[in-house]
Ligand binder design. Structure first.
Ligand code: ARG
Length: 261
């Protein structure tokens, strides 16, 4: 569920921004265009990219955005959280300025928003219970089994385009969840038999719960940060920041920190 925007924080940041503008008047890179803030939005429950650890929002995307925005003239606003399938709407309605949610760059999404340069590559994985009773080795093996994915994701697209539309899976066998943690809980409970999820996240669930990666389905996805289509300033600033953290070693440090396996 969407968290409400903190007006106190916003007021504080804009007061700060006003002061900064006066102090830096004449510095065109910060006075031109927007407010000088990038308020990022994400969808937690997608470890190790974004999740809650004792209430605190943490993960690779969280650290990466902080490092990238620090390389720009923008201030980082307070993180806002949504269900994954509400992020694009949150962006286009100005609730956030940037999506950082392990979001795959797709043609369909590219019609509504702009993406930064790619920052991570991934495939899909199919995870099942560890007990070994059901161990599919291809998508076709999912026929006749209840399967799940998070609403609005590319995992869901794989189920729809490769199984349901191909007549290999009954629509009633597809269960869509607000987030992947709920899907995996249903898998553990035996309510569904498989979950289709991005491979790095499937591997993390397998580390922490009695589930296992049955097989990987290659999609060659690339994650990008999302921006409004009229917001070239932030898009370009973040692309430059991304290049800077790749060049100075921070990107690799964060990768090693969050993807130890
Ligand atoms: N990469 C997939 C997609 O773009 C899944 C992303 C889910 N992200 C999340 N934070 N829950 O659809």
């Amino acid at each position: 569920m969407a968290r409400n925007y903190s007006m106190d924080r916003r007021a504080y940041l804009s007061a700060l921004g006003a002061g900064t503008t006066v102090a830096l008047a004449g510095c065109t890179s910060i006075t031109g265009g927007g407010s000088g803030t990038i308020t990022p939005g994400t969808a937690p429950g997608f470890q190790p990219f974004e999740f809650r650890d004792g209430g605190e929002l943490v993960g690779f995307d969280i650290d990466l955005v902080e490092a990238v925005v620090a390389e720009t003239d923008y201030e980082l606003g307070e993180w806002q959280t949504f269900e994954f399938d509400s992020l694009i709407q949150a962006l286009t309605s100005d609730k956030i300025d940037m999506i950082a949610a392990a979001m795959t760059i797709t043609d369909e999404r590219d019609e509504t928003i702009d993406f930064s340069d790619p920052y991570y590559s991934a495939n899909q994985s199919v995870i099942v219970r560890e007990d070994g009773e059901f161990s599919p080795s291809s998508l076709d093996d999912l026929s006749g089994h209840p399967v799940g994915a998070q609403s609005g994701t590319t995992g869901e697209t794989v189920i729809q385009s490769q199984l349901i539309e191909e007549g290999k899976l009954e629509e009633s066998n597809y269960n869509s969840y607000d987030n992947y943690v709920l899907a995996v809980e249903d898998l553990q409970n035996g309510n569904i038999d498989a979950v289709v999820v991005d491979e790095p996240v499937g591997a993390t669930f397998a580390d922490q719960r009695p589930v296992t990666v049955a097989f990987v389905y290659e999609t060659g996805e690339q994650y990008g940060f999302g921006f409004r289509t009229d917001d070239d300033d932030r898009t370009e600033a973040v692309n430059a920041g991304l290049q800077a953290v790749r060049d100075n070693g921070t990107y690799e440090e964060l990768r090693n920190e969050w993807f130890s396996g």
